[in-house]
Design a protein around this ligand. Structure first.
Ligand SMILES: NC(=O)C1=CN([C@@H]2O[C@H](COP(=O)(O)OP(=O)(O)OC[C@H]3O[C@@H](n4cnc5c(N)ncnc54)[C@H](O)[C@@H]3O)[C@@H](O)[C@H]2O)C=CC1
Ligand SMILES: N[C@@H](CC=O)C(=O)O
Ligand code: NA
Length: 433
């Protein structure tokens, strides 16, 4: 095998291989040998002296001794070229690259399938949690009804540290980058892109639909302020960035956004770099998996699992007995998505309004005109000298379209200052709740 890239994940993988090559060989029942690493520069956290090293990653692909190419460079340009070149040369590929799979997976899996080769991607979703294998293989007997998950480690780390230790967004983001959790461009962690890519992959496997990167409605953790984390806690909730994929009649509800979750739900207490994915199957019921969603060791653990799985299949004379997305590509069928305007949930609103009589009545009336009723409300007392105060409202269930209209008309009131924060509240079913 050969590894392309020598950053966080690749160095984690080299360390596992260096540490327990005998165990991996026994488990794979094959002579797993790392022969070639493609790296622009060395990485002090791992010893690569036993291996051939090239500065040009494509030399790894072209190496006749490399039969499995492990792509760990990230991005969708060079990585796509690299994976295509490997497949064209008859080599199996393992990747941790969700951007690549979500954006180009349809074509890449078709290429792999046409060549009878494997393209594996366990590390691409929820890091060390074996979620791809669980969904595709462990739950293969189920009609999957829903997936709800915290699927970005960086975002969860930032929200948790802000909520529990009152630390600033920028400070925690820098720490997440130093710990190797964040993407090369951390915008993807912050604006929901990374979670959307992972959700697209999970939804494809769960519902047998083609990968469609533009499908999910997407909002990031940048919509959440320190105040919102605090007010949510006062109301008995936690704010988590969730990916949600659910069957909604004939349609599919697909979205990633910050969400208020009642504090007693298991997923509300998943903090730090941990991810959690709750799956609902018609036969199995609910399955909740949790574990590190990012970082060198956990992600490399998932890459290793793919490697051993692949080596076992090859040993049994089967290149790709398990379809990448759970069914042969020809059997994937596109489904219509539920428009965000129709998705109905309770809502959290943070409105900054002038501290005058009658404002609350105006807000209530505008919500009422959209058929939205108030479930609970906190009106903060003005701090000394302040003319405006935060009003925090939890509403009953309302469709996205109705809430959008209400937010527009409330924002237009003279008494309102700045933008209104509107976050969905999810009170999903869970065993024991
Ligand atoms: N860091 C994490 O916790 C996780 C990362 N991933 C995915 O794993 C992949 C790798 O991520 P990291 O290891 O964190 O990234 P990284 O940025 O630490 O490492 C990538 C390495 O590839 C090298 N590289 C990039 N383009 C190259 C090129 N054209 N030629 C030669 N070298 C090139 C870079 O110099 C860097 O050393 C990405 O697709 C990422 O989304 C997936 C799950 C978790
Ligand atoms: N940047 C990602 C890495 C793993 O997928 C994250 O923080 O979850
Ligand atoms: Na995984």
């Amino acid at each position: 095998m050969g590894i392309c890239g020598l950053g966080t994940v690749a160095s984690g993988l080299v360390n596992i291989i260096n540490r327990q090559s005998a165990l991996l060989r026994d488990r794979a029942d094959a002579d797993l040998r790392l022969v070639h690493i493609g790296a622009r520069r060395d990485n002090p956290v791992c010893d690569i002296s036993p291996y051939r090293v090239s500065r040009d990653i494509f030399q790894v692909v072209d190496d006749p001794e490399v039969d499995i190419v492990i792509e760990l460079i990230g991005g969708t340009t060079a990585a796509k070229e690299l994976v295509e070149r490997a497949l064209h040369q008859g080599k199996h590929v393992i990747t941790a690259n969700k951007a690549l799979i979500a954006e180009h997976g349809n074509a890449l899996f078709a290429l792999a399938e046409s060549k009878g080769l494997a393209l594996r991607f366990e590390a691409a979703v929820a890091g060390g949690i074996p979620i791809v294998k669980t969904l595709r293989e462990g739950l293969a007997g189920n009609q999957i009804e829903g997936i709800t998950g915290i699927i970005n480690g960086t975002g969860n780390y930032i929200l948790s540290e802000m909520a529990s230790a009152g630390r600033s967004f920028d400070e925690v983001l820098k720490e997440a980058q130093a710990l190797g959790y964040a993407e090369a461009d951390p915008t993807f962690d912050i604006d929901g892109t990374d979670a959307a890519q992972k959700l697209v992959i999970l939804a494809s496997i769960a519902f047998g639909i083609p990968l469609a990167i533009d499908a999910p409605f997407k909002e990031g953790i940048d919509r959440v302020g320190a105040d919102d984390l605090e007010y949510a806690q006062e109301l008995g909730y936690r704010i988590k960035h969730l990916g949600i994929a659910r069957i909604a009649g004939e349609k599919i509800d697909l979205r990633v956004h910050p969400t208020l979750i009642p504090e007693q739900k298991s997923i509300a207490s998943i903090d730090g770099v941990l991810n959690a994915v709750q799956l609902e199957g018609d036969a199995v019921g609910e399955v909740l998996m949790t574990g590190a969603g990012a970082g060198a060791g956990p992600t490399a653990s998932a890459v290793c699992a793919d490697l051993i799985d692949l080596a076992r299949s090859l040993g049994a004379g089967q290149n790709c007995a398990i379809p990448a997305l759970g069914v042969p590509l020809a059997k994937l069928q596109a489904r219509e998505l539920l428009p965000r305007e129709a998705v109905t949930t309770p809502w959290y609103l943070r409105i900054i309004a002038s501290d005058k009589a009658g404002v609350m009545a105006e807000i209530t009336q505008l919500l009422g005109e959209e058929g939205i009723s108030i479930e609970s409300l906190i009106q903060k007392a003005p701090e000394r000298g302040e003319t405006h105060v935060p009003i925090i409202i939890l509403t009953d269930a309302a469709a996205g379209g109705a809430m959008q209209n209400a937010v527009l008309s409330i924002t237009a009131l003279d008494a309102i200052q700045g933008d209104i924060v509107a976050l969905r509240v999810e009170d999903f079913e869970e065993h024991g709740s």
